[in-house]
Design a protein around this ligand. Structure first.
Ligand SMILES: Cc1cc2nc3c(=O)[nH]c(=O)nc-3n(C[C@H](O)[C@H](O)[C@H](O)COP(=O)(O)OP(=O)(O)OC[C@H]3O[C@@H](n4cnc5c(N)ncnc54)[C@H](O)[C@@H]3O)c2cc1C
Ligand SMILES: NC(=O)c1ccc[n+]([C@@H]2O[C@H](COP(=O)([O-])OP(=O)(O)OC[C@H]3O[C@@H](n4cnc5c(N)ncnc54)[C@H](O)[C@@H]3O)[C@@H](O)[C@H]2O)c1
Length: 464
């Protein structure tokens, strides 16, 4: 009987985590997926992009010491080997062995508890939608007549082009532009805002942009794509920049312009699940407008990261299956863009903190150049910015530099646990590490905490 305690649609980061969480509670679980399990992260997102970045980094380093000829066919094969390796941990066989019924097919709602999967009827007391997102394809004139790459097809090419236009300077555009350029591909990166990664800390992004340009990426910010066509196997992109029209030419174009939720053909309207152009609407318990149907991951947002899909997947399952209701908490979210140097973030930027708390903040900035660890490496660009409240608690932090993803995790721990940043000054860190920079900052926070103590302020007032 195809009747389950919980049915999950989509076996990406959110769906897989939800399925294993539900199984952990001893429930009868079905996981429906139209492709192989793994979702975007495994097949066309985090895994292939980070594999490509790692290979490109090795090549970039090697090029400092020798002439290297890169075979992009070989590079892409290596990337696909990494995908396969990750996939081997989440195949249908493994899911079945772990007690999860894997059902291959496209799911659509028949009623609130019933799904049609390629003609088979599957019933669930609770249903979780984790159908993810797809690349947003903008209405740029001529785009429907040219071949273009997105994250979904670039990693399955036989080889890479010699010259590529990357449209969109967000996380995907920046990570891939740098990696492709390091492989020897000529890259033109086009972003309509005045800087790439425009949501990130401005002064750190400016340093990153300098690094990208220095490495050879042709960066076009404040540049809007107007139309595109293909002439003699060349892509010609007409752009507007500072009221001037320019033509960029490449062998190919990669679109990295944000995401669109995967909600079509699910029959959401028929069972009155509310959605908008950003995705499925959920309350703070991740429940949709229909009782017992939850939604998680990219199809919900607001943070489109694998780790957030995981957190949402666990929360939704707990709310669906346990006699508790746990709110999803977005007050402590961290992420990292894996360019080199990495750019990582937790909580607010300085501007966001000032808008919210006015002058009731303290900003600490420290650069890598005083760190022995950084001195041991050529060109070790790095900067850490931590924004605290007046008591020394972290409101936000940004790190640009080697191992930024790891450094932000330490800051994130302190922030999430509500520990005063000054307390880190007591924590012994190994020498020489990048994270020693946090001890330096924490000592400053410690001193400022003392100077801000009302009693000390009175004494200092008398001394004047
Ligand atoms: C190039 C790139 C790099 C990235 N790098 C990072 C990174 O470094 N770190 C990070 O945290 N995030 C990264 N992300 C984002 C991350 O990949 C996503 O946030 C995450 O994969 C979302 O997981 P999900 O479960 O919501 O959706 P998905 O992984 O997209 O899974 C949804 C699944 O549902 C299936 N599906 C859809 N509709 C149906 C249906 N009706 N029936 C059956 N199955 C269906 C799809 O086939 C898919 O397998 C990256 C994204 C891209 C594109
Ligand atoms: N390391 C990571 O965690 C990582 C890496 C890659 C992707 N991701 C996730 O995937 C999501 C999608 O990434 P993305 O890079 O596609 O989206 P994004 O929203 O991060 O960036 C899209 C960029 O395209 C620009 N843009 C939009 N329309 C344009 C136009 N017509 N011309 C020029 N520029 C235009 C936007 O201003 C923006 O800077 C991210 O939001 C992130 O959540 C995460």
């Amino acid at each position: 009987m195809n009747q389950y305690d919980i049915v999950i649609i989509g076996a990406g980061a959110g769906g897989l985590t939800a399925a294993y969480t539900a199984k952990g509670f001893g429930k009868k679980v079905a996981l429906i997926e139209k492709n192989n399990p793994g979702g975007e992260c495994t097949w066309s997102g985090c895994v292939p992009s980070k594999a490509l970045i790692n290979i490109a980094k090795d090549i970039h380093t090697a090029k400092k010491y020798a002439d290297i000829k890169v075979d992009t066919e070989d590079v892409l094969q290596k990337v696909r080997k990494v995908i396969q390796n990750v996939y081997e941990g989440e195949t249908p066989d493994i899911l079945e062995k772990d007690g999860i019924d894997f059902i291959k097919g496209f799911a659509k709602f028949v009623d609130e508890n019933t799904l049609d999967v390629n003609g088979n009827i599957i019933k669930g007391k609770k249903i979780i939608i984790s159908t993810g997102s797809s690349p947003f394809i903008p209405p740029i004139k001529g785009l429907d007549k040219v071949n273009f790459f997105t994250n979904e097809n670039i990693f399955i090419q036989k080889k890479l082009p010699d010259n590529i236009i990357v449209l969109g300077g967000g996380a995907i555009g920046v990570e891939l532009s740098q990696a492709l350029n390091r492989l020897g591909i000529k890259v033109s990166l086009v972003e309509m805002m005045d800087r790439v990664l425009f949501r990130e800390e401005e002064e750190l992004v400016k340093l990153l942009e300098e690094k990208l340009v220095d490495e050879g990426v042709n960066l076009y910010t404040s540049t809007k794509a107007i139309d595109v066509n293909e002439v003699n196997n060349k892509i010609r992109l007409k752009v507007e920049r500072k009221n001037k029209i320019d033509i960029l030419e490449g062998d190919a174009i990669l679109l990295a312009l944000g995401r669109t939720p995967n909600i079509s053909d699910l029959n959401l309207g028929q069972i009155k699940i509310k959605f908008n152009r950003k995705g499925i609407e959920v309350n703070e318990y991740l429940e949709t407008s229909v009782k017992d149907i939850y939604a998680v991951g990219d199809v919900v947002g607001p943070y489109q990261f694998s780790h957030m899909a995981n957190v949402q997947g666990i929360t939704a399952v707990q709310n669906a299956l346990l006699p508790i209701n746990k709110k999803i908490d977005y007050s402590h979210v961290a992420w990292c863009t894996f360019c080199e140097p990495e750019l990582a973030r937790a909580g607010l930027t300085e501007k966001e903190a000032r808008d919210k708390y006015k002058d009731n903040i303290r900003v600490y900035t420290e650069t890598y150049n005083k760190l022995d660890r950084a001195k041991t490496k050529e060109d070790s660009l790095g900067i850490v910015k931590i924004i605290c409240d007046k008591k020394g608690k972290v409101l936000g932090a940004s790190v640009l530099g080697d191992r930024a993803g790891e450094i932000i995790s330490e800051i994130q721990t302190v922030k999430t646990l509500g520990i005063n940043f000054a307390k880190l000054s007591k924590v012994i860190h190994p020498y020489p590490t990048y994270s020693e920079i946090l001890v330096k900052i924490s000592k400053k926070v410690y001193v400022d905490n003392i100077l801000n103590n009302p009693f000390i302020k009175i004494i200092n007032g008398f001394r004047k």
